[in-house]
Design a protein around this ligand. Structure first.
Ligand SMILES: [Zn+2]
Length: 462
């Protein structure tokens, strides 16, 4: 009989606790949707500051602005963490055309890839060879490639429902395309934009030359998807057409910048740190509203929502706005290096870097015990139509904190429209839906609340 009573009590405690959790999560969503601040912050970052390329004046303005906003939240501590970041500048707008016959030309939209070298002042005009993969490039070899512009034209796979998987399936062309083509004597590369729809926006992004000597580096640019279709069709009609490209981007010396950090100190376990963050830099073509202004303001909003629902965290909850994610991850490297040097114990980190679209759930990089525990919280999220709790990647910045003890997570919004805007001129504030942005922030705050309250399952192996 005694055992039955104890059993009943345990069930009661569980019910009571679930009720408390639902109440807290309801309060978080209500605050976010009625008195949220993420949209106003994002408006300032996007409309008043604009694109925040690593090392730019705008990136520094964003540092000062977000630091001041965090100061106004009444957190326990707000600080700037210095970090040296790369500074690459685009210069004057790029220019390109297809020359189907001498004197007969069609302009096409291109944009230099981040980190690319310039063309000679007069530009480059050469024949074009189209390939669908790095393997096809290698099979063609130097005889077919030397002296030509290599055109990488493998589209994103429309069948993949998670569009990030389609992106991963193509991005090697952009990231390594120039380095590989240079080995076979190509004079430049043009890469089909990582975009599922056909439009006129070229999408930039990072690239590498590996250890290619300076003199062997060739210019690299993305072409819009419509431009890629036109170029491919024109090549089928006449493989001898020429392509002209001119760009004058430059790599300058590294400059001083900062990660922006704020925290609420935990009352019971202050040494256990929970991080929530996004990256403060963006590309320069649009205003970086989706990538990743949204993730930054949502992360700031998490701390604001917890404070404004009168929740007092047990553990230390820290917002980190990482600098220079798009070019080399310098901010994330610096943060991880200092955390390690100080012997800080990070138990959980959540990144929002997948756009401000309707939140669907999270992807977790952790062991099965933690995943199962987190999945048991799913019913608490169901009223908000947040239902996907899957194993997978987390975020580029927080990924560097990975060790055997930490649980890493990424917010996973609906991804169908993300690559319409990603790294392009139309990644702008007008494409942000206020409610979707706020729902994302509330979803993140709810998970952070649960992790703070219940902790993580400690790794017994190690
Ligand atoms: Zn991003």
């Amino acid at each position: 009989m005694r055992y039955i009573l104890i059993g009943l009590c345990l069930i009661c405690i569980q019910c009571w606790s679930q009720n408390q959790d639902q109440k807290q999560i309801d309060a978080i969503f209500k605050k976010a949707l009625t008195e949220g601040n993420s949209y106003q912050w994002l408006s300032y970052l996007s409309n008043r500051i604009g694109g925040r390329l690593s090392g730019s004046v705008q990136a520094e303005q964003a540092v000062q602005y977000t630091k001041a906003q965090m100061d106004s939240l009444g957190l326990d501590k707000v600080w700037l963490q210095p970090v040296m970041v790369p500074k690459w500048v685009r210069g004057t707008p790029e220019f390109a055309y297809i020359e189907s016959k001498p004197g007969i030309t069609n302009n096409v939209p291109i944009t230099a890839l981040g980190g690319s070298v310039a063309t000679p002042v007069g530009g480059i005009k050469a024949n074009v060879i189209e390939v669908k993969s790095l393997e096809e490039l290698a099979a063609l070899g130097r005889d077919s490639i030397a002296g030509k512009i290599v055109f990488y034209n493998r589209p994103m796979d429309p069948v993949l429902i998670n569009t990030f998987n389609a992106y991963s399936g193509c991005v090697d062309q952009r990231y390594r395309g120039a380095m590989e083509a240079a080995k076979y004597g190509a004079v430049a590369v043009i890469v089909r934009s990582m975009n599922l729809r056909l439009d006129d926006y070229p999408h930039t992004g990072s690239m590498t030359y590996g250890d290619l000597p300076l003199g062997n580096r060739i210019p690299a640019a993305a072409i819009s998807t419509n431009g890629a279709e036109l170029l491919s069709t024109t090549l089928q009609l006449n493989p001898d057409i020429k392509f002209f490209i001119k760009q004058n981007c430059k790599q300058l010396n590294d400059v001083q910048s900062y990660n922006v950090i704020g925290e609420i100190r935990g009352v019971e376990f202050p040494d256990e740190i929970i991080v929530v963050g996004g990256h403060l830099d963006s590309w320069d073509l649009g205003d970086g509203a989706h990538d990743d202004g949204a993730g930054c303001v949502q992360s700031m909003e998490v701390l604001r929502l917890l404070k404004n629902t009168a929740y007092r965290p047990k553990r230390t909850i820290r917002v980190v706005l990482f600098m220079s994610e798009e070019i080399g991850l310098s901010g994330a490297k610096k943060y991880a290096e200092i955390a390690k040097r100080k012997g800080e114990k990070h138990i959980f980190a959540l990144e929002s870097d997948a756009g401000a679209f309707t939140p669907r759930g999270f992807s977790f990089d952790c062991d099965d015990a933690n995943l199962e525990r987190i999945k048991s919280w799913k019913p608490l999220f169901e009223p908000y139509l947040v239902h996907r709790f899957v194993k997978g990647s987390s975020g580029a910045d927080i990924g560097l904190l990975k060790d055997s003890d930490i649980v890493l997570a990424g917010l996973r919004p609906d991804s169908q429209r993300y690559f319409d805007h990603h790294h392009a001129e139309n990644d702008t504030f007008e494409h942000i839906n206020k409610r979707e942005l706020e729902l994302g922030a509330a979803t993140m705050a709810s998970l952070i609340y649960l992790i703070d309250k219940y902790g993580i399952v400690e790794n017994t192996k190690g």
